[in-house]
Design a binder for this molecule. Structure first.
Ligand SMILES: [Zn+2]
Length: 354
C-alpha cells in the first residue's frame, strides 16, 4: 500500500497561509495557492486514479472534507478582511463634527449705543417734555421764505450773512436751501395752528442744521439745534427767563444757573443771549469762560410782531417767546469736550466713553 498524501498536513499548511493573509489581494493569491489547479489539494486529488477502489473512496472522502474545511477557512478570512477594510475606510471618511462647532466667546458681545449727540437730544427732549412742551420736527430742505423771509430777514438783510448756507436751487418760483436753523419749524407750527384754530403753541423743535462754516473746535458745518416756542395770551419776558432757568438747572444740575444779556436777532424783540454758569470752573472763572464764570449757550427773545404778521397771528391778542441753542454745544459743555470735531470723526475710542 503506497503512502497516501498527508491530508491533515495539507489542511494545516492551508490554515497557516490563510491566517497570514491580511488584504483582499493576499487572500485571493492564497486561495489560488491552496485550492487552485496547482494546489497540493488538486495534486492529491489527481493521485486518486492510481488507488484501488476502497482506498480511493477513503482518500476521496478525506480530500472532500479537507477542501470543504479550507473553503470555509478562506470564506471566514475573506469576511474578516472585508470587515477590517470597510472599517478602515469608514474611519478615514468619517466627519469630525467637532471641527464645525463654533469657538466659545470670551464674554458678552458688545452692542454699541446711541451717539452722544442722539443721547443729548433725547435728554433735552425729556427735560422739555417734563416742562409741558410738545416735540415737533420739520424738513431740512427749506424755501428762502421759511428760513429767512417769514423770520423777518428779508433779502439783502445784513443778518443773512450770519446764516450763510448751502443753496440747492436758485430758480423760480422759490429758492431752496439747507436750513440754517430749526426756526422754520416755528413758522410751520404757527401756520398750522392758525389754520386749525388751535393756538396756543408750546413746542420744542430739535433737528439738524447747516451752515457754510469751516469746522473748528467750536463750529461744525452740519450741527444740531433745539428751539422752543411758546405762543399764548399774556406771555411775558419773565416767562422766558423762568423757562430758561428751569431748563438750565434741570439739565446741567442745581448749581448751574442762567442769565440773559441784551442781544439782537431779527425775529425776536427784545432779544437776549443766554449764558449758563461755566461747567468747568462752576462760576469761579477760568480760561474757558474768559474768567467771567459764564458761558454763552444760545439766543432767545420775545417773538417779533413782524413774525406774527407773516403767519397771520394777531400780535394784539397773542404774545410769545422763542429760544434756541446747539445740541452739540450742549454735549460739549456738559462733557467738557475740547474740540467739537470729535463728534463727527467717528473715532470709537472717543465715542465709547459716553
Ligand atoms: Zn469757567
Amino acid at each position: 500500500m503506497t503512502a497516501g498524501p498527508d491530508v491533515p498536513g495539507l489542511v494545516a499548511d492551508a490554515r497557516a497561509a490563510i491566517g497570514a493573509a491580511a488584504t483582499t489581494e493576499e487572500i485571493r493569491q492564497v486561495a489560488v495557492a491552496v485550492t487552485g489547479k496547482k494546489s497540493p489539494l488538486a495534486e492529491a486529488s489527481r493521485a486518486l486514479g492510481s488507488l484501488d477502489a476502497e482506498a480511493r473512496r477513503e482518500l476521496g472522502r478525506h480530500l472532500h472534507e479537507a477542501r470543504a474545511e479550507v473553503e470555509a477557512l478562506l470564506e471566514a478570512k475573506r469576511s474578516e478582511i472585508r470587515f477590517d477594510e470597510l472599517s478602515a475606510e469608514l474611519a478615514a471618511s468619517r466627519l469630525d463634527l467637532t471641527e464645525y462647532v463654533p469657538g466659545s466667546v470670551a464674554g458678552p458681545v458688545a452692542r454699541g449705543h446711541l451717539h452722544l449727540v442722539s443721547q443729548t437730544r433725547d435728554a433735552l427732549e425729556d427735560v422739555f417734555v417734563g416742562m409741558g412742551f410738545d416735540v415737533a420736527e420739520g424738513p431740512e430742505i427749506e424755501t428762502d421764505w421759511y428760513n429767512f423771509g417769514a423770520l423777518n430777514i428779508p433779502p439783502a438783510h445784513p443778518a443773512r450773512g450770519m446764516w450763510d448756507t448751502f443753496y440747492l436751487d436758485l430758480g423760480e418760483p422759490e429758492t431752496t436751501l439747507l436750513r440754517t436753523h430749526t426756526s422754520p419749524v416755528q413758522i410751520h407750527l404757527m401756520e398750522r395752528a392758525v389754520l386749525d384754530g388751535n393756538l396756543p403753541v408750546h413746542a420744542v423743535m430739535p433737528g439738524r442744521c447747516y451752515r457754510r462754516d469751516t469746522p473748528d473746535a467750536r463750529h461744525l458745518a452740519v450741527f444740531h439745534q433745539i428751539e422752543g416756542l411758546v405762543v399764548d395770551r399774556g406771555i411775558t419776558f419773565a416767562d422766558l427767563a423762568g423757562t430758561i432757568e428751569t431748563f438750565t438747572t434741570a439739565y446741567f444740575g442745581p448749581d448751574i444757573h442762567s442769565r440773559l444779556r441784551p442781544a439782537y436777532f431779527p425775529f425776536t424783540e427784545p432779544s437776549a443771549e443766554f449764558e449758563v454758569t461755566c461747567t468747568i470752573c462752576r462760576g469761579e472763572g477760568c480760561r474757558t469762560c474768559s474768567q467771567t464764570g459764564w458761558i454763552e449757550l444760545g439766543g432767545c427773545g420775545m417773538v417779533d410782531p413782524a413774525v406774527f404778521a407773516s403767519v397771520g397771528i394777531d400780535a394784539d391778542d397773542w404774545t410769545g417767546f422763542a429760544f434756541g441753542f446747539g445740541i452739540d454745544r450742549c454735549a460739549q459743555m456738559r462733557h467738557q469736550i475740547a474740540d467739537m470735531r470729535a463728534l463727527i470723526e467717528n473715532d470709537i475710542r472717543f465715542l465709547r466713553q459716553f
